[in-house]
Design a protein around this ligand. Sequence first.
Ligand SMILES: *[C@@H]1O[C@H](CO)[C@@H](O)[C@H](O)[C@H]1NC(C)=O
Ligand SMILES: *[C@@H]1O[C@H](CO)[C@@H](O)[C@H](O)[C@H]1NC(C)=O
Ligand SMILES: *[C@@H]1O[C@H](CO)[C@@H](O)[C@H](O)[C@H]1NC(C)=O
Length: 282
Amino acid sequence: MNKMFLLLCAGVIGMAIAAPSVPCGVPTVQPITNRIVGGQVARPGSWPWVVLLVDDLGYISGSGVMIDSHVILTSAQHFEGFGYNLFDLDLRLWRVYAGEYNISTTDPHEKYYHIKRVVIHPGYNITSLENDIALVITTQPIQLNDHTRPGCLPDPSTQAPVGSVCYLPGWGGTATTGNEEVMNQVDLPIVDDSICQTHFPDYLPNTELCAGYENQHKDWCWDDLGSPLMFKANNGAWVIQGLASSGGNCTTADEPSVFEDISMYTQWIRTTMEDAGYPYQY
Ligand SMILES: *[C@@H]1O[C@H](CO)[C@@H](O)[C@H](O)[C@H]1NC(C)=O
Ligand SMILES: *[C@@H]1O[C@H](CO)[C@@H](O)[C@H](O)[C@H]1NC(C)=O
Ligand SMILES: *[C@@H]1O[C@H](CO)[C@@H](O)[C@H](O)[C@H]1NC(C)=O
């Protein structure tokens, strides 16, 4: 597609955008926020910005988080890694499920969407996993309702300090609840970078966040890749602090894990959204 066409599109769509119809980070069903050993099954609809990504062969690739009715923020590893890259994938066959809860059935609120385009961070490194972030642009607008709503990007006033308890929703059996067909959640505190530096010599403290436990048998699993680490800010809205990137091992679950620190990427996200014709609205 040529650049002129993109610019024209961006201009036209930009003008047509009205005020957002729902706020970001405000679910109509309150998530469970008591902390139990091993995590737990999430309430249906309580993390309405979390979407399920299904690949061209019908397998679960992981999760992502909706930040606009056309834009999903997720891990670049879904699309590029050792032996595969964006240009070899048949993106037309991928599906983005919004309003998803039980993957074994068609939930009353679930609906799937197709992918128009994926923008991988230009500095993404498949070896170090530096800049492991990507934006997925859907072909159709995702319909917003009580079970499908955007999450908020962080800003300096909604940043979670070390010690804050965050929640990671996903379908990876995150929680070892034994019920992996429905959305699970696990509570993970943000811990000091030095803890991840001890466990993972290639940890990147400038752009990554360390969260989790050293000995509590709580962690995430591979299918949670790209799931958002959510923090409830003082203003009551749920904010995306991190994206599950590496170190998740629900078999051993004896180490914290590594998240992309979304506060370090808000400028790139905003610019990329604007270029795609969907400027961030919150
Ligand atoms: C998920 O859906 C399957 C298939 O309909 C059903 O057997 C199962 O009980 C559901 N799980 C939950 C936790 O609702
Ligand atoms: C990617 O990361 C690896 C491992 O840290 C490093 O050796 C390599 O130079 C990096 N590549 C680029 C293009 O920065
Ligand atoms: C989790 O840890 C176990 C034990 O060290 C290892 O065998 C397994 O490959 C790890 N799983 C992942 C997904 O890294």
